[in-house]
Design a protein around this ligand. Structure first.
Ligand SMILES: [Mg+2]
Length: 179
């Protein structure tokens, strides 16, 4: 079980919650806005803590490591600047001992496929969980999507992200780059 407050509570509220749920086994995710606030909750917490909204860069990840502020990280691809930056932060975070969830703020086949690849290329013993976001939307932006079986998700077997994008569904591009 993950209890994720999405940075929405004060330390006071977070401590009220942890006191009321002491008998339940769960991981507490980003109860408060700042790393220091989350650390103040963590000091009296007997459960793992994961930070999500506080991880927006490599520097953030290194700061969390130096402070001992979390056991795990939720890495969101869009917030971190794309697949390559997420992979760099993920690789170093694994070496530093963090547990990892690769996610995003939402998405369909393209985003979920990137999440699935980054999740499954994380050492198994360091993986927490993943979300099949493409099952939450009704528009299909690609075929050959990440296969889902019960509670497990795989990666599509094509080249690159493995999916076949349906360009007509994407609409006009925001910008184009040419030579
Ligand atoms: Mg979260």
């Amino acid at each position: 079980i993950f209890c994720d407050a999405n940075a929405g509570w004060t330390p006071y509220q977070a401590r009220q919650f942890t006191d009321a749920t002491r008998a339940i086994d769960y991981t507490f995710e980003q109860p408060c806005t700042t790393i220091d606030e989350c650390m103040s909750v963590r000091r009296s917490l007997d459960k793992p803590m994961v930070l999500d909204e506080s991880v927006a860069s490599l520097d953030d990840m290194l700061y969390i490591h130096r402070k001992g502020a979390a056991d795990g990280l939720t890495l969101k691809i869009s917030r971190l600047g794309g697949v390559t930056k997420t992979r760099q932060i993920r690789d170093l975070a694994v070496d530093l001992g963090f547990m990892i969830t690769v996610e995003d703020t939402g998405g369909a086949e393209i985003d979920t496929s990137a999440m699935a690849h980054l999740s499954l290329s994380t050492p198994e013993e360091r993986r927490l969980h993943a979300i099949a976001f493409h099952e939450w939307v009704t528009v299909r932006t690609a075929s050959n999507m990440p296969p889902v079986s019960g509670s497990r998700m795989g990666i599509p077997d094509g080249p690159g992200l493995g999916i076949d994008v349906v360009p007509d569904l994407l609409g006009a591009p925001f910008f184009e780059v040419g030579s």
